[in-house]
Design a protein around this ligand. Structure first.
Ligand SMILES: Cc1cc2nc3c(=O)[nH]c(=O)nc-3n(C[C@H](O)[C@H](O)[C@H](O)COP(=O)(O)OP(=O)(O)OC[C@H]3O[C@@H](n4cnc5c(N)ncnc54)[C@H](O)[C@@H]3O)c2cc1C
Length: 346
């Protein structure tokens, strides 16, 4: 039976005085599903969840059982972010640490002020990210640091990415022009009250997100992240794209996993765009996706993107090696669906 990240990597670890080094933004993924897609949290020195795997057991489509660990580094780096294409992962061993508490601070600030100092801010906080408001000069800012302070109340239902809550807080009229939206949202953002909370690590890192939405996320080299983000925000404004959802902008530590968004020797900035599940995401995402490509963006495997092996081989230096390994382990393509066939030219 699949085990949710929140249950095993949160509650059960805490019960024995331990915690995970980092966790993604929500608490509903399964462990195997999260690692297969390169799911990550926030932190310039903190890598994706898959990086914490020290060994895993893979049952290949022909029934072989492979126990993979650092005795074969290459295979481990190939198998951690696997897109479900190599076989079934039945067991993983992950590096964890002693239990710890985190303090979360949230406030609103001008996006340009934050971007001007983003590298320093990301380096001086354990986790640092922003949720840029569309049609606004402001972002919601989030920093998280280790603390010994007593546990305070955690606002688990605070949802900075909720479409409804953001549009409501912006006080938008029926069909506002971009200039009207800018004026309204700046006024609202400047009134957002800062807040702080302290809790055990998994309760601060993983949130409950009840609103349903579609998402596209790409990583770009950190040094061009701010430029890419600016171009996206400007495009939304210039083309008057009818969206109220915040974006998300954060850094992820570099790693060695072949299909990781942050593969390589430098951190990556990840940028997410969202649209409510009740709306057609395509007109918005189709305009923004080419901007990611311009900056060398790599797609998140668990989110919407339109790339195939033709582009992916250029973006991931080990993509061809992964395709070869996949063919070797699954020559009959039993693990493939139409989406994976397009990705792997199979
Ligand atoms: C609200 C929300 C917030 C999110 N926040 C983040 C975030 O902060 N950071 C981030 O990086 N991502 C985030 N994601 C993306 C999410 O982490 C991925 O989509 C993840 O893969 C979902 O996990 P799942 O268990 O539902 O996987 P599934 O969708 O069930 O599976 C994902 C893949 O894993 C494969 N798989 C599953 N189990 C196994 C197994 N046992 N062996 C082999 N392959 C297997 C499947 O075949 C599939 O290819 C978010 C998604 C949502 C909906």
């Amino acid at each position: 039976m699949p085990v949710l990240v929140s249950v095993i990597l949160g509650q059960r670890l805490d019960a024995i005085g331990q915690g995970m080094i980092n966790l993604p933004d929500i608490d509903r993924q399964t462990v195997a599903g999260a690692i297969a897609t390169g799911t990550h949290g926030t932190g310039v020195t903190l890598q994706a969840l898959s990086s914490f795997i020290t060994s895993l057991r893979l049952v290949t489509p022909n029934g072989n059982v492979m126990d993979i660990d650092s005795s074969d580094e290459d295979l481990l780096h190939a198998a951690r972010v696997n897109l479900g294409a190599l076989g079934i992962v039945t067991q993983v061993t992950m590096q964890n640490r002693e239990a710890y508490k985190l303090k979360k601070r949230e406030w609103a600030a001008p996006t340009e002020d934050i971007l001007a100092n983003f590298d320093e801010l990301a380096a001086s906080h354990r986790h640092f990210e922003i949720f840029p408001l569309v049609y606004s000069d402001y972002s919601l800012v989030l920093s998280i640091d280790e603390t010994d302070e007593p546990i305070g109340e955690v606002e688990l239902d605070a949802e900075p990415t909720s479409d409804a809550s953001i549009s409501e807080s912006l006080g938008l009229s029926e069909n506002p022009t971009p200039a009207e939206r800018l004026r309204q949202s700046n006024a609202t953002a400047s009134r957002i009250q800062p807040s702080e909370s302290v809790d055990i690590s998994h309760k601060i890192l993983s949130n409950i997100r009840n609103s349903r939405f579609n998402e596209m996320e790409y990583s770009v080299p950190a040094e061009v992240g701010a430029e890419c983000l600016r171009e996206i925000l400007k495009t939304i404004y210039d083309q008057a794209i009818d969206v109220n959802f915040v974006l998300e902008y954060r850094y992820v530590g570099a790693d060695d996993d072949w299909l990781s968004m942050a593969y390589g020797d430098h951190p990556h900035a990840t940028i997410s765009i969202h649209r409510a599940a009740s709306e057609d995401y395509r007109p918005y995402f189709n305009v923004i996706e080419p901007i990611f490509w311009k900056y060398g963006g790599r797609p998140h495997w668990g989110k919407v993107h339109s790339l195939t092996h033709l582009e992916l081989t250029k973006l991931y230096p080990r993509f061809k090696d992964f395709m070869e390994l996949r063919r070797e382990l699954d020559p009959q393509g039993r693990m493939l669906n139409p989406h994976l066939r397009a990705l792997f030219n199979a």
